[in-house]
Design a protein around this ligand. Structure first.
Ligand code: ASP
Length: 586
């Protein structure tokens, strides 16, 4: 037997028992007369002891030759330690070894396999199998597993069935580029990997499956921003005979269930906010509501007083940074530089200090007297000791910039509490979004999303103002999931494609299968998909999703361990009928 117990299992109650343990050597300490070895497996660490006068000297000699990450199987007696270690659950005992088998040796690992590692990101990825030996990474994968199990438990309980959909499909338009796979048997033709199983899950509703889910890989060939992976996992769901309210309730239920089961947090009913309100109050469609600091628009008070920056602006808007009136010149300069960073793009920052003595000091004193500033302060619910921060300019851009500043102030003031969980539904997204580059409308969610019935008539003349039956779940300022009630009527779907600039032929060619299915009795349906990797990270209160994925890719989309993507042989290429440029040939 290679083991009778795990390395995390033994306690003082096991004293006197003869046990066999197997695992990796975390550490070996040679104290002359005594050799200690910390033996690690997935479940924990147990100390082994080899002691002169007690242990056979041959065994002690053998123990001295053992290095980090060797794989051992040992037999011995559980004994009470002289000096206990209250940092680990097995810290009261140790194993007095009587037999030792080296199951395998190990090279010295390229980084330390401990809680805090000295390994850089790429090195850790290259030796991911060593990185995963670290408890910190392993625990994240264990959490991921638990999340999967709990998602399945909840959805199965709600009558959902998990159905697998194909990975070799044809392009689905979710707004990103497809990864494509050449077909050998159909030379010159390509499959695409799904950006999501969107059309398939809708077809399953036409097929009468009623409630579908799948924990599924999705693929998007986007430029990688930090914490985006080209392949990622969704909890993908669809329901038939539902309205928006049904979908929201079902998945609010799932989210509450997960937080309760996994973190023992009881979430109250989720707040709801319209897209429009989110943009006006927070400058973002995924506001972090762990804190307030809502926007106040000041156009009526600030314009027409001779300050050209305000007078020429679309929007003058500010936030109240409570308790910050004491900010120094240096601190204010830092905030100004923050908003002027190219990625934020404000031209400047106006501040108003509401001093403790009731007076005001601002960067626009020349244009606004104490009386005027007092009116601003009232509108922004400020009290003595507060600091008003104001931006002006084009609407969208100014709101974006103030959103960044709000988040920055939230951070500085410690208002974004890692342990708080504040979920909200963002509703009533616009159906369409104007794209400056291509000079046409795009579907904000995707082309299968239905317009609100009362807005359908605007599809011709007032497209920009059509609202969709679409919703996002946002938790702590992060988009956890999003979905919509779908179009299930062929005519409306065709109209949608036309609105998006598809010709009849293009629409038929790409989505004829779906529109065709709608002609055979498609039920009303809708659904949602959650970013599973991100949900796992959120559940752990972490920002990075990388360690919740066993084998992630780096920022250039490379798998550092298997060294992929890679060239393929000319034979493989020839078989696929693909010719590369001369200088790309392998
Ligand atoms: N397929 C959508 C997405 O991946 C989600 C949905 O509409 O259900 O974002």
């Amino acid at each position: 037997m290679l083991r009778t117990h795990t390395c995390g299992e033994l306690r003082i109650d096991h004293k006197g028992q003869e046990v066999t343990l197997s695992g990796w050597v975390q550490k070996q300490r040679d104290k002359g007369g005594i050799v200690y070895i910390d033996l690690r497996d997935r479940y924990g660490i147990t100390q082994l002891i080899f002691e002169e006068g007690v242990t056979e000297s041959k065994l002690i000699e053998k123990a001295k030759t053992i290095g980090r990450e060797f794989v051992l199987s040992v037999k011995g007696e559980v004994v009470e330690r002289y000096s206990k270690n209250d940092k680990i659950p097995t810290g009261d005992i140790e194993i007095r070894v009587s037999e030792l088998e080296i199951l395998n040796v190990s090279k010295t690992p390229p980084f330390t396999i401990e809680e805090e590692t000295d390994g850089g990101e790429d090195l850790r990825m290259q030796y991911r199998y060593l990185d995963i030996r670290r408890a910190a990474v392993r625990e994240k994968l264990e959490l991921r597993h638990l999340m999967m199990a709990k998602v399945r438990e909840y959805l199965t309980g709600e009558q959902f069935i998990e159905v697998e959909t194909p990975y070799l499909i044809k392009s689905t338009p979710e707004g990103a580029r497809d990864f494509v796979v050449p077909s050998r048997m159909n030379e010159g033709e390509f499959y695409a990997l799904p950006q999501s199983p969107q059309t398939f899950k809708q077809l399953l509703m036409v097929a009468g499956l009623d409630r579908y889910y799948q924990i599924v890989k999705c693929f998007r060939d986007e430029d990688l921003r930090a914490d985006r992976q080209p392949e990622f996992t969704q909890i993908d769901c669809e329901m038939a005979f539902v309205e928006q309210e049904d979908v929201l309730n079902t998945f609010e239920g799932m989210t509450k269930f997960l937080y309760k089961e996994i973190r023992d947090i009881e979430l109250g009913d989720f707040q709801r906010i319209s897209y429009q309100e989110a943009i006006e109050k927070y400058g973002s469609d995924k506001p972090d509501l762990r804190f307030g600091m809502e926007f106040t628009e000041l156009n009526d008070l600030a314009q027409g007083k001779g300050f050209v920056v305000f007078d020429s602006a679309d929007l003058v808007v500010g936030i109240n940074a409570s308790g910050c009136a004491e900010y120094s010149r240096k601190q204010l300069d830092a905030l100004t530089n923050f908003v002027k960073k190219p990625q934020i793009g404000a031209k400047g920052l106006v501040y108003v200090k509401y001093n403790e003595d009731g007076s005001f000091k601002s960067s626009v004193d020349k244009f606004f007297d104490q009386e005027a500033l007092k009116v601003w302060a009232e509108k922004m619910s400020a009290k003595p000791g507060d600091l008003l921060l104001i931006l002006a300019g084009e609407k969208g851009q100014t709101r974006n910039a103030l959103n960044e500043l709000r988040l920055e102030m939230g951070e500085r003031l410690g208002l974004r509490d890692k342990n708080a969980v504040v979920p909200l539904w963002v509703l009533d997204f616009p159906l369409l979004e104007w794209d400056q580059d291509s000079q046409r409308y795009h579907a904000m969610h995707h082309p299968f999303t239905s317009p609100k019935p009362e807005d359908i008539e605007k599809l011709d003349a007032d497209r920009g103002n059509v609202r969709a039956n679409a919703y996002d779940l946002v938790i702590n300022g992060v988009e956890a999931g999003g979905g919509s009630i779908r179009i299930h009527d062929r005519e409306l779907q065709a109209k949608m494609f036309e609105t998006l600039g598809f010709s009849k032929e293009e629409a038929e060619d790409q989505f004829g299968f779906l529109m065709g299915a709608f002609e055979y009795g498609a039920p009303p349906h809708g659904g949602i998909a959650f970013g599973f990797d991100r949900m796992c990270a959120m559940m752990a209160g972490e920002e990075s999703i990388r360690d919740f994925i066993a084998f992630p890719k780096n920022n250039s989309g490379r798998d550092m361990m298997i060294d992929s993507p890679s060239k393929i042989s000319s034979e493989q290429l020839a078989e696929l009928g693909i010719e590369l440029n001369q200088n790309n040939k392998s």
